[in-house]
Design a protein around this ligand. Structure first.
Ligand code: ADE
Length: 431
């Protein structure tokens, strides 16, 4: 295997983005292979602000596969991690690093164990598709270290087996997950519709409702919807196929009006499917009723604000979309509209403390564009006129806002000092 057998540690580090679906994935036709009942389309978010970074280390001295997430050891024995590991190991190739005297033959990879350390640059429990970024990064980085040469379509199909929406995080920009028709899932892959530079006017503002709640599993909710919701069948067979075609056209032509209408309609239909499920799915149903009511109320307020604003302008300014959690994702046509949107949002959801700059993370320069330099500017904000009746304010209901652009797909982190594993001990740094 190598001259100094057992002495070396080989490492690779990758970074992968999260994504947010504008045509939603909800419902599997095959639970084990994670095959969806409809196509979905997403936008990839800038990895500088929302991403997973993963280091994979390999050494003949490792007695078993191990993984650490955000510094804590987690089990790799789950079927999803195991499927990805198995599929990447199957495709591993010969690897040679003459300088380090490392020579690994294709068949050696089956015997070599991995240590994997991953870190999310945002709260893992915030409901911001951390598993999409995490599993895409897991597959991408394992593929790099094991010298896998398969194309990105194939990698996306492996990532899909880790977490469905992870397949879309294999690319930047606008991405379509094609549901596929085959029973073995080989044609259920993601493709890039356009890269992140194609429509770079778009600005995304996310209201993070709470970073304290644990992520509710979508798996059981989806299963219940597939088994009981007649609306899900209609949506998958009749609505989504034509909506996907329209969305592809809207993206191709930078047609914000169509993009926004389709995005909002699809988010609303996804939540209608949740209500059409028996028993109905109300998100965050493992937490207190007070909390469930609060987040639904907040969602309703944001939807109503955007709908009324869009209506009063005569053409959509902003699109909203909500995943299976309470965070609101708002996509503005350009920076100017994003700044106006921020003023409306901060009127209703002012920060609890005086520090404005920690209340908005990501591209903070939007605060200046919105004329919000201090908390005094926030306190002086006028009520959004389109809401007609001045409403109460909801201080403390939003943990923080993120202002973010579309971003690129997974990348290798070449700077070895950024590796999360110590090259000598083979264990996570700082452990
Ligand atoms: N689930 C959530 N975040 C993850 C990560 N970074 N890697 C693997 N699984 C995850």
């Amino acid at each position: 295997m190598a001259a100094a057998e057992g002495q070396w540690v080989l490492m690779a580090t990758g970074r992968s983005p999260t994504n947010i679906a504008v045509i939603k994935y909800w419902g599997k036709r095959d639970e084990a292979l994670i095959l969806p009942v409809n196509d979905s389309i997403s936008v990839t978010l800038d990895p500088d602000h929302l991403s997973a970074t993963t280091t994979v280390a390999v050494s003949p001295s490792f007695p078993s596969d191990r993984m650490w997430l955000n510094g804590k050891e987690i089990s790799l024995s789950g079927g999803r991690f195991q499927s990805c590991l198995r599929e990447i190991r199957k495709r591993a190739r010969d690897f040679e690093d003459e300088k380090k005297g490392i020579n690994i033959k294709r068949e050696d990879w089956e015997k070599l164990h991995v240590h994997i350390a991953s870190y999310n640059n945002f709260p893992t429990a915030a409901g911001l598709a951390s598993s999409a970024a995490g599993l895409a990064c897991f597959v991408f980085t394992l593929g790099k270290i094991m010298n896998v040469k398969e194309d990105y379509g194939e990698l996306s199909s492996i990532a899909r087996q880790g977490s469905g929406s992870a397949c879309r995080s294999i690319y930047g920009g606008f991405v379509k997950w094609c549901m596929g028709k085959k029973d073995d899932g080989s044609d259920s892959i993601a493709v890039q519709l356009a890269d992140e530079t194609h429509w770079n006017d778009l600005v995304i503002i996310i209201a993070v409702v709470s970073s304290k709640q644990k992520e509710t599993s979508s798996t059981s909710g989806m299963r219940d919807s597939v088994e009981t919701s007649p609306l899900l069948q209609y949506r998958a067979q009749t609505v989504v196929p034509s909506r996907v075609l329209k969305m592809e056209e809207a993206i191709k032509n930078h047609d914000f009006e169509s993009f926004a209408k389709l995005t909002c309609a699809d988010s609303n239909q996804f939540h209608a499917v949740c209500l059409d499920t028996s028993p109905p799915i109300f998100y965050m149903n493992d937490t207190s009723h007070r909390y469930v009511l609060a987040v639904h109320w907040l969602g309703i307020l944001i939807i109503s604000l955007v709908e009324k604003w869009n209506h009063s302008e005569g053409t959509p300014q902003v699109a909203y979309t909500f995943d299976a959690g309470p965070n609101a994702v708002l996509i503005a046509q350009n920076r100017k509209t994003a700044a106006l949107l921020l003023r409306k949002l901060l009127y209703y959801f002012p920060p609890e403390d005086k520090d404005l700059s920690s209340y908005l993370v990501g591209d903070k320069s939007i605060l200046g564009d919105a004329g919000l330099h201090s908390i005094k500017d926030v306190e002086a904000l006028p009520a959004p006129p389109e809401m007609k009746i001045p409403d109460q304010k909801f201080m403390g209901d939003v943990s923080y806002f993120i202002c973010i652009r579309l971003g690129a797909g997974p990348k290798v982190v070449a700077d070895e000092s950024q590796a999360l594993i110590d090259a000598v001990t083979g264990l996570p740094k700082g452990l």
